[in-house]
Design a protein around this ligand. Structure first.
Ligand SMILES: [Fe+2]
Ligand SMILES: [Fe+2]
Length: 284
């Protein structure tokens, strides 16, 4: 098992995202690509949706673990600053979203999503404490993919201000990942049942961050922007390998499978002569 996660220091280090010293005037002078204009609202929506994930989690047995309860309140607090920072960047860069654009969490809930929350609450009670391992593993995958996704955004952007904001967000994402990963490791290591249930549920139901709240075409577009090509493939392999080191999760290939499927879907669309907008955006 890797070294123990220091929850006390995590809590002490928690603070709102630091935007001091950001040169907002420079943000406007540097480019924001078409692809970024499409992708950033996705990130805003996903970040601001954390509170809804929290609602789901609070209905499960996860919060009976005092460390998880302490973590979750800080986690949701920190995430809420990420969406707002990106929103501010877009406004300062002159590509702001309409002021009355509803936040993702205020939009009408999809029936499927309400059902998933209800199902998670029921399964959590039925499976008992072992289900916490599944939640923590799930969280570790989402935080790790988010962290790597942000890294790709920072690498690809021509806007230095955006890159700097993203690097600051990444520090939080890395701490979040660390908590979920260590908790998953602890919960999986101590229960053979958790090591059976978790890989089964993850393999069946896991989808990348944003799936279920964003349209499928957007999930594919964002995933391919970040994880297509040689560099993306290396990140994807790293994600799968890292998760595959958790007890019971050997051979995890969720991210590579998703990206391969998204590539196949894009290929099919192109073959059917749909507008080349996606391909053109992707190439930027
Ligand atoms: Fe975040
Ligand atoms: Fe996070």
């Amino acid at each position: 098992m890797s070294e123990v996660f220091d929850l006390k220091s995590f809590i002490e280090k928690s603070k709102p995202l630091d935007l001091s010293g950001i040169d907002w005037a420079l943000a406007r002078r540097q480019p924001v690509s078409e692809a970024e204009r499409r992708i950033l609202p996705y990130f805003i929506d996903v970040e601001s949706y954390t509170i809804a994930y929290l609602r789901g989690l609070l209905n499960t047995t996860a919060i009976e673990d005092p460390e998880i309860a302490d973590f979750l309140s800080i986690w949701a607090y920190e995430e809420s600053y990420h969406g707002r920072a990106i929103e501010r960047f877009m406004a300062e860069a002159g590509v702001g979203l309409p002021a009355d654009r509803p936040r993702s969490v205020q939009r009408k809930r999809r029936p499927l999503e309400a059902l998933q929350d209800a199902a998670a609450a029921v399964v959590s009670r039925a499976v008992g404490p072992d289900f916490v391992a599944t939640h923590m593993t799930w969280g570790a995958i989402q935080e790790l993919t988010t962290l790597n996704g942000y890294r790709r955004l920072a690498e690809r952007t021509q806007n230095e201000v955006f890159a700097e904001i993203v690097r600051r967000i990444m520090r939080d994402e890395s701490r979040h990942f660390s908590f979920y990963y260590h908790k998953a490791e602890e919960r999986l290591a101590r229960s053979a049942r958790a090591r059976t249930v978790t890989p089964f549920l993850v393999r069946r139901f896991w989808k990348p961050v944003g799936a279920g709240i964003m349209p499928d075409a957007e999930v594919d577009f964002v995933s391919l922007y970040m994880f297509d090509g040689e560099r993306g493939a290396a990140e994807v392999a790293h994600i799968d390998r890292t998760i595959g080191r958790l007890p019971g999760m050997e051979g995890f290939d969720g991210m590579s499978r998703f990206v391969a499927d998204a590539l196949a879907r894009r290929g099919t669309q192109e073959n059917h002569g749909t507008p080349a907008r996606d391909a053109a955006l992707q190439a930027r």
